[in-house]
Design a protein around this ligand. Structure first.
Ligand SMILES: C[S@@+](CC[C@H](N)C(=O)[O-])C[C@H]1O[C@@H](n2cnc3c(N)ncnc32)[C@H](O)[C@@H]1O
Length: 295
């Protein structure tokens, strides 16, 4: 089997906006495959990274990859909304830079954890496997109205009501257990002429919506970003990479409403054409950066 690799997105740009070459203490709030952490640690031999991920598999993998950095790297299995607790545990009040590279990793998408319609697997989608609620619970137990609202709100899917109706109809016959069963329901509902021959799978929005709901993604971002800004030194930087417009809108607003932040990226920074050609998953990425004002 081909080994899965997560190419870090907007890597050089992240290192630059974090001013990682100048040296300091950094938080990587979304460790994933450890690509950004590795680059931060390599940017200056004095750098230290405190990393967080709520996915234990990601942590196990990254620990092996980053072993050589010894105690310059420490890692926590936590939700990034707990960034304050993590820093308290490290005995650190303020840091020089904090990175959020939101969304899912290739390990999650390509693995057998039910994140993707490209691979048949049990409908799971939990980033943190010690959490109880799975995508199968959502699909098989929520009311038609709640399902429709989730698919509309978190997926901006205009066929949300029809998809929810079909899900409820099918689950009365037998529970919907796998990614392909769900993907086929969406394919059945959305008229074929709207997706046949196109690159984007018709179930993309529905899967995104259920994943966001299962992992309470927006609630975590809304809690974490203000907390992260509180823990930045004056002159310290926060860098956030998002992967869809709903996420980007939330981040833009959270950064803008802080009077103690100076926005550095008036417009979000996008990946270059060559990055997208090498890594198509980067195509929807947007980077925003801001600096804590010196009082
Ligand atoms: C896009 S990947 C990060 C990739 C990483 N920058 C790299 O270069 O390999 C996002 C990671 O963030 C984690 N994650 C997402 N939401 C989280 C949250 N609320 N708390 C902690 N980790 C989270 C996911 O489990 C995933 O491993």
């Amino acid at each position: 089997m081909k080994e899965i690799f997560h190419p870090p997105v907007l890597l050089n740009e992240s290192i630059e906006f974090l001013k990682a070459e100048e040296g300091g203490i950094f938080v990587d709030a979304t460790l994933g495959g450890g690509g950004h952490t590795e680059a931060i640690l390599e940017a200056n031999p004095q750098n230290k990274v405190i990393a967080i991920d709520r996915d234990e598999e990601a942590i196990d993998r990254a620990i092996k990859k980053l072993e050589r950095f010894g105690n310059r790297f420490s890692v926590y299995h936590a939700n990034f909304a707990q960034i304050g607790v993590v820093l308290d545990e490290e005995g650190i009040d303020f840091v020089d830079g904090i990175l959020f590279d939101l969304g899912v990793s290739h390990f999650q998408l390509r693995g057998d954890r039910g994140f993707s319609f490209w691979k048949d697997a049990p409908l799971d989608m939990r980033m943190n496997r010690s959490q109880k609620l799975t995508a199968a619970d959502v699909v098989n137990t929520l009311s038609e109205r709640d399902l429709a609202n989730i698919i509309y709100r978190y997926g901006e899917e205009r066929f949300s009501r029809k998809i929810a109706r079909e899900i409820v109809k099918r689950r009365k016959e037998k529970p919907i257990k796998t990614t392909l069963e769900l993907a086929k329901i969406v394919e059945f509902v959305i008229p074929k002429k709207l997706w046949a021959g196109k690159k984007k799978h018709p179930a993309t929005k529905t899967f995104q919506a259920i994943r966001i709901y299962v992992n309470k993604e927006f609630e975590s971002i809304e809690e974490a970003i203000p907390e992260a800004v509180d823990r930045l030194k004056p002159g310290g930087r926060i860098v956030v990479i998002t992967f869809h417009s709903l996420e980007d809108r939330i981040v833009k607003k959270l950064l803008k409403e802080r009077e103690d932040l100076k926005i550095i990226t008036k417009k979000p920074v996008l990946p270059s054409e060559s990055e997208v050609a090498a890594n198509p998953a980067a195509r929807s990425a947007k980077l925003r950066a801001a600096e804590k004002r010196v009082p």
